[in-house]
Design a protein. Structure first.
Length: 72
């Protein structure tokens, strides 16, 4: 019986030693967070472009109306 106990203790110590030597779990790699300024610029660019087009259309309309008023 002492041989069985010694064998069981040896086996248990090998199992514990094997698990203690395993590498730690790595957390899943997360994608980097976008920078706030990049996100803001990406959202703001189409709005700025639309505002510029709107301003150009309004100026053209004002010139056309002024030209029509001058012809009368």
């Amino acid at each position: 019986m002492p041989n069985r106990t010694a064998f069981a203790l040896s086996l248990a110590s090998l199992v514990l030693a094997g698990t203690a030597c395993s590498p730690p779990e790595q957390p899943p790699e997360l994608p980097p967070e976008p920078q706030a300024t990049q996100l803001r610029d990406a959202m703001q660019a189409p709005l700025d472009k639309a505002r510029a087009v709107e301003d150009a259309v309004r100026e053209a309309d004002e010139r056309r109306r002024a030209q029509l008023d001058a012809e009368e």
